[in-house]
Design a protein around this ligand. Structure first.
Ligand SMILES: Cc1cc2nc3c(=O)[nH]c(=O)nc-3n(C[C@H](O)[C@H](O)[C@H](O)COP(=O)(O)OP(=O)(O)OC[C@H]3O[C@@H](n4cnc5c(N)ncnc54)[C@H](O)[C@@H]3O)c2cc1C
Length: 426
């Protein structure tokens, strides 16, 4: 009976260790030296290394990658459990070598890169010597890849890329850009002439690729394979976002419960008011549902593939924004006026909900995927009546007992009597 919801005690110890590290070292670092991990200042960067050394010593570095690629090869399920802890602490995912957009890009490189490409880009990415970004969405359309126009043309010993990309997260700060073209996925060093980063938006960049020339070996995977690579990349990325979303939902929930027990109104602590209890119970249920969906999806990836978990991942994708929105709204509301300020993380969490509904694809598109995949295992019924039409089922059931009825008329009379009785009850 292999249906086990427990965490191995050894791994639980590691999770507890992570929680301590987040509370005692990572949160203070984020509060006083935000973005230290990306800092170019060697004195600030030096604050990061001792934390990362501890993480590596614990074997928790780049948990999403297989052993031969530099990770511990534990799989997605342990990563889900880890992200549930670290996902609510700003720079923790990056400090653990498990942050977007690099994780998805590394997975894509690991799956489709040649040995030489892995050595050139994957190894320095794992070591955080270089950072990456993913350039897929275009100004004229994001949800429908058939609208993308950026193209690479072969010219002698080079590819020449022309096009325009929109909302490339951290593009400005990246060393390499994974550029999805209509005819393949390409790796473009950010400082290549012709990569023109526009002033707005500041962190999710609008980039014009203007006659960008790159060597032929910067094509990743097969020519015309961009959509397959994108699916591979986004599949992992989506579930990783959801793992971190659970961490944020739990943080909001903890804040809601603490506050509910701490304030008084109309003669009782607010946790005793039934509508507050409803908010707590609904939030608890929603977080548990999302968590089980995510853990099951992670388990499916570990035991088969990202492709096999596609319907689960799409379900998780459109559920996470809703749960984050509902839970953070309730937490913010129960916090009262304080919740509406930026003096707690709640307002930012609530504002992040619509973002989660769009990043890695609009939720509607994922709902379509789920419905289409689910419908593949159904067939239309024959004739007028659905399979569960009761009169037809009853007639068939009586056929099942035809021999019995023939052997002794008592049974048929009894069945007729029950039929009459049941009809009389409606
Ligand atoms: C925080 C964040 C980070 C991002 N990072 C990156 C990144 O690093 N790289 C990158 O390339 N992109 C990135 N994106 C872009 C993201 O992939 C797109 O926002 C997403 O694919 C939707 O595309 P769009 O914004 O052009 O919206 P549109 O495609 O214009 O869709 C707008 C709305 O139209 C409706 N709609 C669209 N299609 C359908 C449909 N088939 N059925 C029903 N309704 C539909 C939905 O309501 C949808 O929300 C990021 C987005 C966000 C919010």
């Amino acid at each position: 009976m292999a249906w086990d919801f427990s965490t191995e005690p050894e791994f639980q110890k590691k999770l507890d260790w992570c929680k301590d590290l987040c509370v005692n070292e990572i949160e203070p670092l984020d509060l006083v030296f935000p973005y230290a991990i990306r800092s170019k200042d060697p004195k600030i960067k030096a604050l990061v290394k001792p934390i990362q050394d501890q993480i590596k010593e614990q074997g928790l570095w780049a948990l999403f990658l297989d052993e031969e690629l530099g990770g511990p090869g534990l799989g997605q399920l342990p990563l889900a459990l880890l992200n549930e802890v670290i996902g609510a602490y700003g720079s923790a995912p990056a400090l653990f070598g498990s942050a977007a957009p690099d994780t998805g890009n590394m997975e894509m490189l690991a799956a489709y890169g040649t040995d030489e490409q892995k050595e050139r880009w994957l190894t320095p990415m794992i070591n955080q010597e270089i950072w990456s970004a993913y350039s897929m969405t275009e100004p004229q359309g994001g949800s429908d890849p058939n609208l993308f126009r950026t193209t690479a043309v072969k010219d002698g010993g080079e590819w020449v890329i022309n096009g325009e990309k929109w909302f490339t997260s951290a593009g400005r700060a990246a060393d390499i850009l994974f550029v999805m073209c209509t005819n393949g996925m390409f790796v473009v060093p950010r400082d290549t002439p012709g990569v023109e980063i526009q002033p707005f938006p500041s962190s999710h960049n609008h980039i014009i690729y203007n006659d960008v020339r790159i060597p032929l070996d910067h094509l990743l995977g097969p020519e015309d394979g961009a959509k397959v690579l994108a699916q591979r990349r986004l599949g992992g990325g989506r579930i990783h976002h959801a793992m971190r979303t659970i961490a944020n939902c739990k943080k909001a929930f903890d804040m809601m419960c603490e506050r509910a027990l701490s304030r008084e109104s109309h003669g009782k602590i607010i946790a005793e008011h039934q509508m507050v209890q409803e908010a707590i119970a609904e939030s608890y249920a929603e977080i548990e549902m999302l968590r089980l969906l995510v853990l099951h999806g992670a388990w499916t990836i570990d035991n088969s593939s990202t492709q096999a978990a596609r319907t689960q991942i799409a379900t998780i994708k459109f559920t996470m924004a809703r749960v984050l929105k509902d839970v953070s709204f309730r937490a913010l509301h129960i916090m009262g006026s304080l919740g509406t300020t930026d003096l707690t993380p709640l307002q930012a969490m609530y504002a992040a909900a619509p973002t989660m509904g769009l990043a890695d694809g609009a939720d509607e598109v994922h709902k379509v995927t789920v419905a289409r995949n689910v419908l593949k295992s159904y067939r239309p019924h024959e004739g007028y009546w659905p399979t569960e039409y009761i009169p037809a089922k009853k007639a068939k059931a009586r056929e099942h007992f035809a021999e019995l009825f023939k052997s002794d008329p008592y049974y048929e009379q009894y069945a007729d009597g029950m039929e009459k009785y049941m009809r009389g009850r409606h």
